[in-house]
Design a protein around this ligand. Structure first.
Ligand SMILES: [Zn+2]
Length: 421
């Protein structure tokens, strides 16, 4: 087949890829995930990119007892926010069966240059936070500054913050919001880092580039975002940041406190209280624990590994006891939701089936609440992965999907993205 494909003209290839998704397929002899277990379904028809349709005339694919899971979703990452890296990173996602991704600080104006990538079948369905709110001494300016320096560039403050909504005061926010509210975005991202001490932190030179907004700016942002129908995702650091974010009414909290312990803080500053978890549950706040991201800090400070593990155990137990809604996202550079599934599994607090439901059902539905995603029933978008072994018995099977189908078309086989062009 490769030689035929290589010899074909671009126009013919486009026909092949279009007919691949439109052509009805009967998947036989598969076990399909229902949210708690894989159950045998002798035949599932896929047509026009959706599950369901008539079996007559369909091509048959024998899954040979394989295990079918809806596409995995990465709720917190930044790998596709840069056009230089995005095409390769996107292929790596598809090869691993990651069919949905949320890029949570996609404010770089240059990102428009690779917009076409996200419209086709060469990238996961990607939701973006194209509006990012921080302060003039806030994260991620510090990372941008360091990155520029490493690349031998000196960027002005305006260049470093291009595309960001920089608000030190409520007046700044209200002045600039009209310019940003028209941005076509899936989320507004707001940064909180030790927000209760922000007045003092803003003056500390060593924190320049690593702060967030004040509690007042957060409180003023929420009614603006609500009025304009935008969902707000908060980056939080301390337990107090978590409390502030819930009180303000953000939709999603992008980290669970405890992925690091600042040198001026103690573990206690990152420990949630029962009241905080109860408030998040009552409000329906989503939380992305990003436990995988704590490994950066643990690698730098191995002596604190046990303290970080204990913080996650404590905070996850509180969230689970209160039934707070959790999402799967790793925030790992070059990583994916698979790292987060492994990290959460290693906490000993989740059954494999719960993690599979989180990553393949809850998280895509959070990303695209208007679409039929994260499901394998008739009418759902036909985006799913097939594994040779049962992931409920051993999550390690997730590392090697034998087949990845996106919108009805095969996009990866045996760990390799299938060329679409
Ligand atoms: Zn992040």
């Amino acid at each position: 087949m490769p030689s035929i494909v290589q010899a074909a003209s671009l126009a013919a290839l486009l026909c092949i890829s279009q007919s691949a998704s439109a052509e009805p397929v009967r998947y036989i002899n598969g076990h399909w995930f229902d949210g708690s277990a894989f159950t045998s379904r002798p035949e599932v028809v896929v047509s026009d990119g959706r599950i369901g349709g008539k079996a007559a005339g369909a091509r048959t694919v024998d899954l040979r007892g394989g295990y079918v899971l809806a596409g995995l979703a990465e709720a917190h990452n930044h790998n596709l926010q840069n056009c230089y890296l995005a095409p390769q990173m996107a292929q790596a996602y598809l090869a691993r069966g990651v069919l949905y991704s949320a890029q949570l600080f996609a404010t770089d104006p240059a990102l428009t240059q690779c917009e076409a990538l996200f419209k086709g079948s060469k990238a996961p369905a990607t939701a973006f936070a194209r509006v990012g709110v921080t302060s003039s001494t806030g994260h991620p300016i510090g990372i941008a500054r360091t990155g520029a320096k490493e690349a031998g560039m000196t960027l002005s403050f305006a260049e470093l913050t291009a595309g960001m909504l920089v608000a030190d005061t409520v007046a700044d926010l209200q002045r600039d919001w009209p310019r940003f509210k028209a941005t076509a975005t899936d989320f507004v991202k707001v940064v909180l880092i030790d927000a209760v001490n922000s007045a003092a932190n803003f003056k500390r030179a060593e924190l320049d580039g690593y702060n967030g907004v004040t509690p007042e700016v957060l409180a003023a942002l929420m009614p603006l975002a609500r009025r304009d129908g935008l969902r707000v995702v908060a980056h939080v650091d301390t337990a107090e940041d978590f409390r502030l974010a819930v009180e303000a009414g953000v939709d999603t909290i992008a980290h669970l406190p405890g992925y690091r312990i600042d040198k001026n803080k103690t573990a206690g500053d990152y420990r949630l209280t029962d009241e905080m978890a109860r408030a998040a549950a009552a409000q329906g706040t989503w939380v992305i624990p990003t436990m995988a991201a704590s490994s950066y800090y643990v690698a730098a400070k191995p002596a604190n590994a046990a303290a970080i593990g204990a913080l996650y155990a404590h905070n996850l137990d509180l969230l689970r006891k209160n039934k707070v809604r959790l999402l799967s996202g790793s925030d790992r550079f070059e990583g994916s939701v698979l790292d987060e599934i492994n990290a959460l599994s290693s906490s000993g607090r989740f059954r494999p089936a719960e993690l599979l439901a989180m990553a393949s059902m809850q998280t895509p539905r959070w990303m695209y609440p208007q679409r039929r995603v994260g499901c394998l029933e008739a009418g759902c978008e036909a985006s799913f992965n097939v594994y040779a072994g049962n992931p409920v018995n051993d999550l390690k099977h997730l590392a090697a999907p034998t087949l990845v189908v996106k919108d009805g078309a095969v996009v990866a086989r045996d760990g390799k993205a299938v060329r679409q062009d």
